[in-house]
Ligand binder design. Structure first.
Ligand code: ZN
Length: 326
């Protein structure tokens, strides 16, 4: 069982694990960095009472004032990272900082019916059986823990510096893949990388086919290689425990996707297949509806990457997309 208590990690960095209403991941790691005149917070969890209470108790046990948070940096537009932002802005008056792409993509985060329509079209296009298509596309009522969000108060670009005072800053590294606006932040004083969901210790982040990019997996692999060039070491992820050797973990994740790509290529080499059929070979059976939705998007992301790289081609039959070997 991992240590899920609030902790001070040294160099003015603290972490508070905030519980999540999902079976997995169960926690998001909220990070706080002390500045001479306030606190910077990275990610905030979803908007529900156990999460809010964990934050408040965490601040108290660390001897910090929640109202000292003047800046909330959000690593990406998923509810476990941005969900509580509107509430914290109201309570603390902090400003929200996100990557430039979030300035438009936040509208999509708010649009559940639009996302359901997109999922229904995706399911049809990729060979999901007709009776299952509405099940896959039905997200149900929007949960209370993800209220609509506004645009970021401040947008940042790759390479930009977020001032921490005393000559210290966080360098923004744009790492699209898990989500198009995803950023990592590198601490200039310690070299520590706040990795969001880009690099996790034990699980690999789901890489989903996404309307905002042609090649989500290509984006992700490029963003991983970027971290190898930066020679990252100590890495603080948004879920799970600290990763001591960031670059080694990045290499493992790259290998995981290479294997998955090769596995899918092999399935398609047996004969033309839809993404739904490939998914049935590659993922374990008896997935929940949510897992099926994620697995389908992950499969399409891999197949599209193979297609863009020339390792597969695709053809249409009755508006369904089939992949095959060239
Ligand atoms: Zn997450």
């Amino acid at each position: 069982m991992r240590d899920v208590r609030p902790q001070s990690l040294g160099h003015g960095i603290h972490t508070i694990p905030a519980p999540l209403p999902f079976p997995s991941p169960r926690w998001v790691n909220v990070y706080l960095i002390e500045r001479p005149d306030g606190l910077v917070m990275i990610d905030c969890g979803v908007d529900w009472e156990p999460g809010h209470q964990a934050l408040m108790e965490g601040f108290a046990s660390l001897g910090l004032e929640p109202e000292a948070v003047d800046t909330l940096i959000v690593s990406h537009l998923h509810p476990d990272h941005v969900g509580m932002a509107p509430r914290l802005v109201t309570e603390w008056g902090c400003r929200v900082v996100m990557h430039r792409r979030a300035a438009t993509l936040y509208e999509r985060y708010n649009d559940t019916p639009g996302f359901e329509r997109w999922l229904a079209a995706l399911a049809r296009r990729h060979g999901v059986p007709p009776d299952l298509q509405p099940v896959i596309a039905n997200l149900g009522p929007r949960p209370d823990f993800m209220p609509p969000i506004g645009p970021p108060d401040v947008v940042v670009d790759d390479g930009e510096r977020i001032d921490l005072g005393g000559g210290r800053f966080l360098e923004v590294v744009h790492t699209p893949g898990h989500e198009p606006s995803h950023i990592c932040l590198r601490d200039s004083r310690t070299g520590i990388l706040f990795a969001g969901d880009h690099v996790l210790g034990r699980i690999t982040p789901v890489i989903m086919y996404d309307a905002a990019t042609d090649d989500a997996l290509g984006d992700y692999l490029g963003s991983l290689r970027r971290l190898l060039e930066l020679r990252i070491g100590l890495t603080y992820p948004a879920h799970g425990t600290i990763v001591e050797r960031g670059a080694a973990r990045v290499s493992q994740i790259l290998l995981h996707h290479e294997r998955r790509l090769a596995g899918m290529e092999e399935v398609v080499s047996l004969g033309p297949a839809t993404a739904w059929q490939v998914m049935g070979h590659v993922f374990r059976p008896h997935l929940s509806t949510m897992e099926q939705r994620l697995a389908l998007r992950e499969t399409v992301a891999h197949l599209e990457h193979l297609k863009i790289g020339g390792r597969l081609t695709a053809f249409d039959e009755d508006a369904v997309l089939w992949y095959r070997r060239p």
